[in-house]
Structures are given as structure tokens and as C-alpha cells.
Write a new protein. Structure first.
Length: 372
């Protein structure tokens, strides 16, 4: 038997049936299977398979409750040498599991049932939430920290937004928010909005000031010349309009009239902030920062410039979160952070590293930095 025939036989012996192929989970499985070279066929009992590539052959099966289902299903399995079934619908999964066992069919169900997946996913989420809750309580004010279920909710929904802020960093941000002065909240560098989503929630939860987010979403501003070429190449993969639209989709429901985004470099946005030339929000802008997250370009000059321009607006007892102070791809945030720690040592009440970010709180008697 030729090698090509063997490959074809092996592929045919491992065909996966996606049934019912009528939702986004089915479409996601089909796309992932295609990327890994897994052969699939799709079947449904209701409607058109609009979510699946129309170029692919699609099959119709009776409803599982109909008398015609067993014969049609067995024929489909036989005619296409199906070895596995991926089923994203809980009732159908339960029916097929029993049907396969009763008829002793040489078929495997892919993964756990949708119900079992939800149970496992929730248990994993709550385990993460309990760990983060302990972290939040160790950093923040025990009497004013978020509840376990608030933390679980933040972790659950922020995880759907593309980003690199991990549980520890987000947990530390949750903790400092309950200690932050009720002044403006600022984020420099947003990507698709994971940390912005969290900051918008925290600003509302703790009745902080309005939230200003800043990101130009351009390759020129995103290019990090100090970093390895492999990291620089990623800049060219982004569609910056998708980034912008993705950010708005991630944060729109948390906006509540207290958020403004400036699609500008932070070095330009500072003039608008200092002059309060910003859209009207409630509460109004104060021009004084209670909490700022600096996560823009990580080149040393860029981080140092962001600190020089924005840190002077932090009020006493206010917080700075300097992202990627511990970073595998360069030392820009580390160097800029260390310079800030040294220069402001006598005015810093607290500083710690969590989730690779540097957290600094200015003292009640701190003197704001003077711009050079």
C-alpha cells in the first residue's frame, strides 16, 4: 500500500462528526480541528449550518427523539468511518453517550459533556477567586475589599478579553482600588481592554473619579526598539482598527458615562489632561490622579517619559501601577521604576511587586514631582 493511501486511510479512520453543528462552539471546534489537520464532517437536525464553512459537505439527521434517527445516524457513521463525535449540546451529548454504550458502537465522545465542562470550569474559577481573594485581603483594607464572588466575576469576564494582565496583577489592582483617593483614574496602553475593563469596574465600585484611557493604536507608537526582533515583529501582525473596536466592545458596558478614551500618544494626551480639555463625564475631571496604570511602550525612554509627564499629577496616597517591571523582553520598566523609587524614596509610603508589575503608593505628606 502506498504512503499516500496509508495517510488517506489513517485520516479516514479518525473522522470526527460534529453534531449538532448549530452554535459557536461547533464552529470553534471545526476551525481548530482544521488547523490541526483533523478531518471532520458536520451534521444538524434543524436549520442551515450558517456557522460552518459552506464549502464543506453538510449532513442532515432527524431529531434524536424521532424513530428515524438510529438508522440515519448509524448509516452516517458507517459511510464516513466516523471514530469520534463532538457534541456541544448537553441533551444530545447525554443521549448519544447512552446510545453509543447501548449499541456498543466503536465511537468516542470528544471531551466531557457541556454540563460537566461548566461544573469543572466553575470550580476552577472559584479556586482562582479564593486564591486572589486572599491576596486582595493581604494587600488592601479587609473591611472594604471585594467579595469572593465579585472577584470571581472580574476574573471570569476579564478572561474573555485578550490581554497579558494575570490574576496576581489584577488582584493587586483590586486591592489598591479600595485604598485609592477619589480622584481621576488613568491607564496608558490598553491593547484590547482587559485591565481597562477591571479599572472601570473598580472606579465605579469604589466611587473613584472618572476613567481616562490612552492608546493611539498605531504601529509607530507600539514598536519597541529596545526589545528583541521577535517581539518587534508581532507589531506587524496587529490590525489596529480591530484593536480599537475590540477595546470599545470590551469596555462599553462598563462605561456608564464616566469614561473617556484618547486615541493619542500619551505625550500628546497629557496636554489635554492638564488643560481638562476632555469630554464631559460624571464625576467631572479633577486633573489629579488617584490611580494610574502605565502600560504603554516599554522602551526605557518611553516609560521614563510617561513617568515624568504623568506621575506629577498623582495626589498624596495615590497609586502608580508600572506594568512589566519584571519583564522577559527588556528592562525599560525596571530601569524607569528603579529611578522613580530612588528619586522619590522619602515620599513613598509603600512599594511592592505583584504579577510582574510594580505598585507604588505615595505618602500622605508626599510632595508631587516637578516636571523637568
Amino acid at each position: 500500500m502506498s504512503e499516500s493511501v496509508v495517510r488517506q486511510a489513517d485520516a479516514k479512520a479518525h473522522v470526527t462528526l460534529i453534531f449538532p453543528a448549530v452554535d459557536h462552539e461547533a464552529a470553534k471546534y471545526r476551525a481548530a480541528a482544521s488547523q490541526r489537520g483533523e478531518q471532520t464532517i458536520c451534521a444538524s437536525s434543524v436549520g442551515a449550518l450558517d456557522l460552518i464553512d459552506t464549502a464543506e459537505e453538510q449532513f442532515w439527521l432527524p431529531m434524536i427523539y424521532e424513530d428515524a434517527f438510529p438508522a440515519r445516524f448509524l448509516a452516517l457513521i458507517r459511510d464516513h468511518s466516523i471514530a469520534r463525535v463532538y457534541c456541544p449540546v448537553a441533551t444530545v451529548y447525554a443521549f448519544l453517550t447512552k446510545f453509543i454504550a447501548t449499541n456498543r458502537l466503536p465511537l468516542n465522545m470528544v471531551g466531557e459533556s457541556p454540563v460537566a465542562q461548566q461544573i469543572l470550569g466553575h470550580k476552577e474559577l472559584m479556586a482562582r477567586a479564593r486564591r486572589v481573594h486572599a491576596l486582595v485581603c493581604s494587600i488592601g483594607d479587609d473591611g472594604n475589599t471585594l467579595s469572593l464572588h465579585e472577584i470571581a466575576s472580574i476574573l471570569k469576564y476579564s478572561a474573555t478579553i485578550y490581554g497579558e494582565s494575570n490574576d496576581d496583577k489584577l488582584g493587586a489592582m483590586m486591592a489598591i482600588a479600595c485604598l485609592a483617593p477619589r480622584q481621576d483614574v488613568v491607564e496608558i496602553g490598553c491593547l484590547m481592554g482587559r485591565s481597562a475593563f477591571v479599572m472601570l469596574f473598580l472606579a465605579t465600585r469604589y466611587r473613584l473619579g472618572p476613567v481616562l484611557t490612552i492608546d493611539p493604536w498605531t504601529s509607530l507608537e507600539c514598536t519597541q526598539d529596545d526589545s528583541p526582533s521577535e517581539l518587534q515583529a508581532v507589531v506587524d501582525e496587529w490590525d489596529y482598527e480591530v484593536l480599537s473596536e475590540g477595546f470599545l466592545a470590551s469596555t462599553a458596558l462598563m462605561d456608564q458615562g464616566r469614561h473617556c478614551h484618547l486615541r493619542l500618544p500619551s505625550s500628546v494626551a497629557i496636554a489635554k489632561y492638564e488643560s481638562l480639555n476632555l469630554p464631559i463625564v460624571s464625576p467631572p475631571w479633577s486633573g489629579r490622579i488617584g490611580m494610574i496604570h502605565i502600560d504603554g511602550n516599554h522602551d526605557y525612554d518611553a516609560v521614563a517619559d510617561d513617568c515624568r509627564r504623568w506621575v506629577p499629577h498623582i495626589v498624596p496616597s495615590g497609586w502608580l501601577v508600572l506594568d512589566d517591571y519584571v519583564w522577559a523582553h527588556g528592562d525599560g520598566p525596571y530601569r524607569a521604576g528603579n529611578e522613580l523609587l530612588e528619586r522619590e524614596a522619602e515620599h513613598i509610603e509603600r512599594a511592592f511587586v505583584c504579577g510582574k508589575a510594580l505598585f507604588i503608593r505615595w505618602s500622605d505628606e508626599s510632595i508631587l514631582l516637578q516636571t523637568n
